[in-house]
Ligand binder design. Structure first.
Ligand code: OOG
Ligand code: MG
Length: 259
């Protein structure tokens, strides 16, 4: 039986609107495949665009061993970023708008030029990048206890919640993305540490992989796109009152407050 994309999109939409975690969709709908997951994601995305939201870029997920282990899932995935879900550096996220937010440190890319696969490489990504920045992704799975499999998490727009990109940032020239040290601090104490190489050896490879995956759908990354390249460490839960700072080598710091 083919998956009912509309019906499953409704379930996920309700969970997001009602801020209530649900069981992963493959429990009630074991027929859902990874391509179905992307069809459901696309349907949800179409609904957001109809409501007036604007796509500003994409996110890669599960690009580091730490994330794959924490979430018990074995391959990278992508989702959509909406302009309305970006929080300015030093801004505030209201926890009551979300279900059970967690934070993770990521390298963000802002593209100066279009990137189009197939055949996209690290070199092409670096040449098309205007700015690299330290970023915090605030993930918020619509699933109970972040328990999901690949079709379920893909359908859920890869747990996208909010994202914060450091106001500063650096040109890609002279930056070695394979050896930047990364720390994420909560209320002044380090809660996770890592190295940028944790993301596929080089976060730029994550962006290349994204361009190549999108090319399968005939989609390119337009100039100006923001790409979140994936969590470098495992994610950390947050609560109202928390201050979170992500520090990534020469890329700078990104800060977000939870209320
Ligand atoms: C899925 C999203 C993963 C990342 O950076 O690895 C992700 C999740 O862990 O809930 O955004
Ligand atoms: Mg992420």
């Amino acid at each position: 039986m083919p998956a009912n994309i509309e019906a499953i999109a409704n379930i996920l939409d309700d969970a997001r609107r009602e801020r209530t975690a649900i069981p992963k969709i493959t429990i009630a709908h074991p027929e859902v495949t990874i391509p179905d997951g992307y069809r459901i994601q696309k349907e949800l995305c179409r609904r957001r665009i109809d409501e007036g939201l604007v796509i500003v870029g994409y996110k890669m997920g599960l690009t580091s061993m730490q994330k794959m282990k924490q979430m018990n899932v074995e391959s990278p995935i992508y989702g959509v970023l909406f302009a309305e879900t970006q929080v300015p550096d030093g801004g505030v996220v209201s926890v009551d708008e979300l279900i059970h937010p967690m934070v993770e440190p990521e390298v963000a890319f802002v593209l100066a030029k279009e990137l189009r696969g197939p055949g996209c490489t690290v070199e092409k990504v670096m040449a098309a990048t205007e700015r690299l920045a330290a970023a915090i992704e605030v993930i918020d799975s619509r699933y109970q206890n972040y328990q999901f499999d690949l079709p379920s998490v893909i359908a859920d727009n890869t747990s996208a919640g909010r994202f914060v990109i450091s106001a500063e940032g650096v040109a890609p020239k002279s930056i070695d993305l394979t050896r930047l040290s990364v720390t994420i601090e909560k209320n002044g104490a380090a809660v996770a540490k890592g190295e940028s190489s944790a993301v596929l050896g080089n976060p730029a490879l994550s962006v290349a992989m994204l361009a190549n995956l999108l090319a399968e759908d005939g989609v390119a990354l337009p100039a100006g796109s923001v790409v979140m390249s994936g969590g470098i460490t495992a994610a950390t839960a947050v609560a109202p009152g928390d201050e979170v700072v992500c520090k990534i080598g020469r890329l700078g710091n990104a800060t977000v407050y939870f209320a």
